[in-house]
Design a protein around this ligand. Sequence first.
Ligand code: GTP
Ligand code: SPV
Ligand code: MN
Length: 587
Amino acid sequence: MANLPNNRKLLDWVEECRALMAPDTVEWIDGSEEQLEQLRTRAVATGEMHRLNPELLPGCYYHRSHPSDVARVEDRTFICTDDPAEAGPTNNHMTPAEARAKVLPLYRGCMKGRIMYVVPFSMGPIGSPFSKIGVELTDSIYVALSMCIMTRAGQAVLDQLGDEGDFVPCLHAKGTLSAKDRYILHFPADQSIWSINSGYGGNALLGKKCFALRIASVLGRKEGWMAEHMLIVGIENPEGEVRYIAAAFPSACGKTNLAMLIPPEVYQKKGYKVWTVGDDIAWLRIGDDGRLYATNPEYGFFGVVPGTSAKTNPNALAATQKNTIFTNVVRNLDNNTVWWEGLDKNPPVHGEDWLGNPWDGTTATTKGAQPNSRFTSPLAGCPCVSDKFDDPNGVPISAIVFGGRRARTAPLVFESFDWEHGVFVGSALSSETTAATMGAVGVVRRDPMAMLPFCGYNMGDYFGHWMEMGKKIEKLPTIFHVNWFRQNEQGEYLWPGFGDNMRVLEWILDRCEGKAEAVDSPVGRLPKKEDINLEGLEISDAAMDELLTVDRDLWKQEVAGLREFYAKFDRLPEEMRKQLDALEERL
Ligand code: GTP
Ligand code: SPV
Ligand code: MN
């Protein structure tokens, strides 16, 4: 039984929501193992979750979401402000009054016959001056249990909140799961979140994208810090010094993989190690020493499953072998385990696909795992978790890295000329659709700072905030751009990626310390091919040359595309247009 503080805002809000949604009972989550075990047992009894083989996958569960509810719904996601200009040109907008009128009726009585779980959670270490508290109400055991993996949740958070503490109210209800009435609403003015008719991912685990990015980005701008869609990784050199990199890539473009990378053998022999602080979200603040510090507000991973293997990401695979919830993958009925495309060459013969249909992997013509199937695993279960992941002060950032999927345009890596140019490079971030035929240049989707779906306010102002932060951070990190996805004429990746990305990170960190060479190009500073350590890697000179070329004609098209994109913003900082002009000039 949770020990409740006498917190008026909390008690009144929970009662108000109870009256609105009419659940049969209300259950406060204290986060004790005893209570969580009860919840798991209940979820198994209702069929919401399935207990996997306790010998092979201890503490692991299997869940299926509704087939129409398998990913974030950007077209149903709204920023609700009185003035539409506050939401800006890249967000869907409703006024708070419109939003409430439309969505409040959907909540009425929607939890009849159900239990309403109250999940108090902390984004960031409990009690850290940089952490923020939220409370999620939900009628999904799956969501409640997932929140207990993804965040620090339970009694300690209630104690920290106390009688007077403030929190972000996060109201979630599965409702009917009707896609046409699905809404993900953010109210920046009173810092609250409403979600209804979804039970999956960022739509429903409200601490993640809704709170830690959309609401937090608004708070960060107000309070002088930044909430970003970034992994945080520490690279330890043979001398035992650890340097940290924060990197923003759009969704499904390699953050989890880079955060957990295993260095190539030559690096391991020399004594290099990689430590994961976070794989998706970073809160960045200026420390007393004038450097930029990063904390991961999360406590677990919600990672893309397909493609995860002992080859590509052994650390992620190891993290998922215990205390993990798998959603929408293949069930192996022979040994009560799970499987997905890209795991290995032994798909189950007696399987069930993510929809629950019989599925024989040796003859199947359809994918067994949904492409956005995910694992929910505790951070602490990752073999390479950093001992600093729980540090209330975070880790000092040496480099900020942006990256996307670009078949042709972007070189393997380049360094920005200075902070302002780096912000411009981040604003120009874009990624190509992966469904496009290999080799054909895909459709370019602009995704500035990988934040397009996650910025809770006007993105023109967001660029301005980046520029302002540059004036306040005394010891600025250097900003880089990477592209692991450059292709040759045949549509094959030119760079091996994954663990070998370490070679690029080494150049990046050496540049930060003035230990490596670079040559100027119109787009930024490039390594010469001999500046990237290729020891133990088979890659042709021609491939390296191609990886490090800047095609001026393609970049001129890029400038034109950016000019068109910038035209959307009436609050674009003047500096951004100057940077674009300067790039055009250099080309
Ligand atoms: P979100 O959780 O959606 O934010 O995704 P993410 O950015 O964490 O992406 P993730 O690391 O899960 O990778 C997504 C896909 O990119 C997977 O299919 C990976 O196998 C693939 N990928 C990741 N890193 C590399 C790389 O260096 N090279 C290549 N070719 N593919 C990669
Ligand atoms: C992303 O889409 O960037 C994710 C998954 O990390 S979700 O939590 O659904 O946003
Ligand atoms: Mn993400």
